[in-house]
Design a protein around this ligand. Structure first.
Ligand SMILES: [Fe+2]
Length: 253
């Protein structure tokens, strides 16, 4: 069994297409998609149309939920920018997605943790507002009762695999479309991966257990950075250009 896990596309259609081409080049037929498909500075509608046509096993992320639940006046800039591009068929697709799901009796899919689409799991906010690997006890606690050999999550945009004490894996494939961001909730913090690649993971059950292959795919990230800049999202443009947020003298933040 060989599957590709994608997450946190955030409307980056060029990154998504590059990742899908890389997946097809390796003849992987099964793709699972962990949410936050559309919100951001980029091409929400085209991304949605690609995903609707492919019909991957998908779940809903917090931003997908907010696109459905929130009124525009309540939305942040990422959701408002995406919402303005979307048609009824896109909202219907988002509303059809479950919060979690099980694939092939082996994989449990969630966005943040099994019980929350807004909680960071494998990484968490350190003093000073950067990210670091979560405490082992915290990681174990969120996996309680999830009786599948591989648990997949997204949301932090940081690729990581943690092996639990009983051998189960928790894997975050990283973000297809957004390699850095900052957020004020629950406290101000930044996530920076340091390169502009589109990220995803391949999981394969081998004789020794599950193998995990984190993939970094180069694509035309400068085109997407330019698009964010044209939409006056300077820090987002920096993230797409380099995997780092804008720093003093380089743009907003
Ligand atoms: Fe998220």
């Amino acid at each position: 069994m060989r599957i590709a896990a994608i997450a946190d596309i955030h409307g980056n259609d060029l990154a998504l297409e590059a990742v899908l081409a890389d997946i097809e080049a390796q003849a992987i037929a099964t793709v699972v998609n962990l949410g936050d498909h559309l919100s951001g500075a980029l091409n929400a509608a085209r991304t949605a149309d690609i995903l609707i046509a492919r019909n991957f096993a998908s779940i809903r992320g917090n931003h997908d939920r907010w696109l459905i639940e929130k009124r525009p006046a309540e939305m942040g800039e990422w959701d408002r920018t995406a919402r303005a591009q979307l048609a009824a068929r896109h909202f219907e697709w988002l509303a059809s997605l479950p919060e979690t799901r099980v694939v092939a009796d082996q994989l449990f899919l969630c966005h943040g943790t099994p019980h929350s689409d807004t909680t960071y799991w494998l990484d968490d906010i350190a003093p000073g507002g950067t990210m670091r690997i979560s405490a082992r006890e915290r990681i174990e606690a969120f996996a309680a009762g999830i009786d599948f050999p591989v648990i997949l999550c997204g949301h932090t945009h940081i690729a990581r695999c943690v092996t639990l004490a009983d051998g189960r894996l928790v894997v975050n494939p990283g973000s297809v479309g957004c390699p850095a961001y900052d957020d004020d909730e629950p406290v101000p913090h930044t996530v920076e991966t340091g390169s502009p690649h589109a990220r995803y993971a391949i999981l394969e059950k081998g004789p020794g257990g599950w193998n995990v292959d984190f993939r970094l795919v180069a694509y035309d990230h400068m085109a997407m950075s330019q698009l964010a800049a044209e939409r006056n999202m300077a820090s987002y443009a920096s993230a797409l250009r380099s995997g780092w947020l804008a720093h003093a003298g380089e743009g907003s933040r």
